[in-house]
Design a protein around this ligand. Structure first.
Ligand SMILES: [Zn+2]
Length: 498
């Protein structure tokens, strides 16, 4: 999940200044506009005029328009879903996904297509059942959280204690929790920027150990998601050091509401069985392919997404959509008549969902050439339309956004004024100072389905996906063809949410 830190640079101002400045460059005709233009500024501003003329992004605009007109991103996602299916880290499907990605990159005309080794964690789900046994009988739709230990085969039978936050749990006496099932009932807000996830996921991640510290027998969390159905959403959790490991599962939104209503009436007792297992790590791989630039600098613009998925759905949105976006952006740049100066590198990372070993392996394997990594962008928020571009680079380079705001304007996207975070797969690059751009996608629908059985191909909206792909392709091309340096992210200022 992306969390921005809010440096607060007034880049809207920069963009507006550039928008109103006369341009010395012949630009292509304005393509069609996908949504009504919105007023950007409602209060007086102090204009800041860039000292350099706007960059020539006319070729990037052509790539944008060509992508809108002929994107095959949905075809790539369909192929991944149909030929591989869900592809959890460590599973038998993981090497099949790698083989698919290698073949796909070659088919799309990428160069230097190869794999790079990653040790993948390997956790398997097992049986998972839950029921309310009193005051009345109800089957409960739940799913084990990634990384949880299991119950015994007989399961756990205990009274349920509901809390609405980690703080509320901490305020309870241990005697109120000991031997019981702690039920974290935290409602996730549906927001365009996905910030509701950031506010809720901490309980999924840290709740089980917080409950164990007080002697709980098992932890349940209301699904961290915004759907209203019976499909529970899984996701990673982490045990704290030195604390007993207790089993943990996510309850569907509909069942969480049921338990919540029953608890309002009186005591509730549940029976839960979970039999997951953590197996030995296995050999996996990141998949890398280049669209070589025309220059000799050896510099690279990374476009990343993750190849692995959870097991419950098809991984069509998370992160099939990201794979489709970056593969198609790469293809569009590869078939465009004029090569950008720098190489565009598409990286499909392993093990994002449960471990992050792919991201670490890439940064480690390329440690000696990170200075040649001009910038990195990650696509891991589904198929939503891009509404904003943000950057984290040297302060001077942030003005690159002026040009890129203009490039995305016809897509209905604008320049944001927060630091880019980047996402988990480019996190190690950002931590090493590699400039990050973030194309913020509309996440309103995404958390209805992500990490659940509802993450299926039918949820992918082609129009939104193509808009997003056009934005990624245009920005990747513009970065790869840009004059001048973006510098490095200054220290301090490299830390993010991953
Ligand atoms: Zn993802």
């Amino acid at each position: 999940m992306r969390v921005t830190t809010g440096r607060g640079i007034s880049l809207f101002t920069l963009m507006l200044a550039a928008c109103s400045a006369p341009t010395p460059i012949a630009r292509p005709q304005r393509p069609f506009i996908l949504e009504p233009l919105r007023p950007v500024v409602t209060q007086p501003i102090t204009p800041v005029v860039p000292t350099s003329p706007p960059a020539d992004t006319s070729n990037a605009a052509r790539v944008r328009d060509a992508t809108l007109a002929s994107s095959k991103a949905l075809d790539h996602i369909t192929s991944l879903v149909d030929k591989v299916g869900p592809r959890m880290s460590g599973s038998e499907a993981s090497p099949r996904a790698v083989a698919w990605a290698v073949a796909k990159m070659k088919e799309l005309g990428f160069s230097n297509v190869h794999t790079e080794p990653v040790k993948e964690s390997h956790w398997v789900r097992g049986i998972e059942t839950g029921e309310v046994v009193s005051p009345s009988s109800h089957q409960i739709a739940l799913t084990a959280l990634g990384g949880t230990v299991g119950t015994s085969e007989r399961g756990v039978s205990a009274e349920v204690v509901e809390v609405e936050s980690l703080e509320a749990l901490a305020a309870l006496p241990d005697t109120a929790v000991k031997g019981k099932i702690v039920f974290f009932h935290v409602v996730m807000d549906k927001t365009r920027d996905g910030s509701g996830y950031g506010h809720s996921v901490g309980v999924r991640f840290a709740g089980p150990s917080a409950a164990a510290k007080k002697g709980a027998a098992l932890a349940l969390v209301r699904t961290v998601g915004t759907g209203d159905d019976r499909a529970p959403h899984t996701g990673a959790m982490k045990y704290a050091d030195g604390v007993a490991k207790i089993p943990a599962a996510a309850v569907s939104v509909a069942d969480a509401e049921l338990i919540h209503r029953l608890l309002a009436e009186g005591p509730v007792k549940m029976h839960v069985v979970l039999t997951p297992r953590e197996l030995a790590p296995v050999d996996g791989a990141n998949v890398v392919g280049d669209i070589p630039g025309s220059g000799s600098s050896g510099e690279i613009v990374v476009l990343g997404a993750h190849l692995d998925s959870w097991d419950l759905g098809m991984g069509a949105l998370d992160d099939g959509a990201g794979c489709g976006i970056v593969l198609e952006a790469g293809r569009q740049i590869a078939v465009f008549a004029a090569k950008p100066k720098r190489t565009v590198r598409v990286v499909l990372f392993a093990n994002e969902e449960y471990g992050g070993a792919g991201a670490k392996a890439y940064a480690k394997a390329h440690e000696s050439e990170l200075a040649k990594h001009y910038a990195a962008i990650e696509a891991d928020l589904g198929d939503g339309r891009v509404y904003e571009v943000t950057i984290r680079a040297s302060a001077e380079a942030s003005r690159a956004l002026v040009d890129y705001g203009m490039l995305l304007f016809p897509l209905g996207a604008f320049v944001g004024d927060k630091d880019a975070d980047g996402g988990s797969d480019v996190g190690p690059l950002r931590n090493a100072g590699v400039p990050i751009l973030e194309l913020r996608q509309d996440a309103t629908r995404y958390f209805d389905v992500h990490h659940s059985a509802n993450d299926v191909l039918e949820k992918v909206m082609k129009g939104d996906l193509d808009q997003a792909t056009a934005a990624y392709a245009a920005i990747a091309y513009a970065l790869a063809d840009r004059d001048g340096e973006l510098g490095r992210i200054p220290e301090p200022g490299r830390k993010g949410s991953h």
